[in-house]
Design a protein around this ligand. Sequence first.
Ligand code: ZN
Length: 179
Amino acid sequence: MANQKICSIVQDLIKGNKSYIKDINEKLKKHISGQHPKIAVLSCSDSRVIPEKIFDKNLGDLFIVRVAGNVAMDPSVIESLEYCVNFLGINLFIILGHTHCGAIQAAEKTRDNSANILNEIKKGFTYDDNHIIGNIKRQLDELPKRSSIIKKAIERDKLYINGAVYNVEDGKVSFLNID
Ligand SMILES: [Zn+2]
């Protein structure tokens, strides 16, 4: 191991995992044969944004793709979401942004155009004065353009994509579209 500090962090993870196994052992068995989540969530990588906790869900409930700034721009993100349509039969995607998002703040501040994620987020600024919402609206708009699989699923009413913002101050999620 690299040094004492790293070693103690890993030891803490091992301890945490032991405690997890103790709590969840019986539940794990139910999910060995496969996963059947009904919802996919594209959320930010921010450590304060934990979809399973935010929505009070558990093992097997949510298919989650996490990337800084919750942007659906590169093939690994898009193909992960396509997998939900093609193989899991998921009918609902949620693009989950959040308040105090460092990626949004960095995109607002930077004049450097070398970071792909920040460039992508900046393009969302024209969609809404609230840049967190603007970014989500752009992703809602762009995702079907970037994936014919997702576009077709939406057109056939097999997939619905909603946006939502998680407020890190009070834990509340506000959905952009509520029917
Ligand atoms: Zn964020």
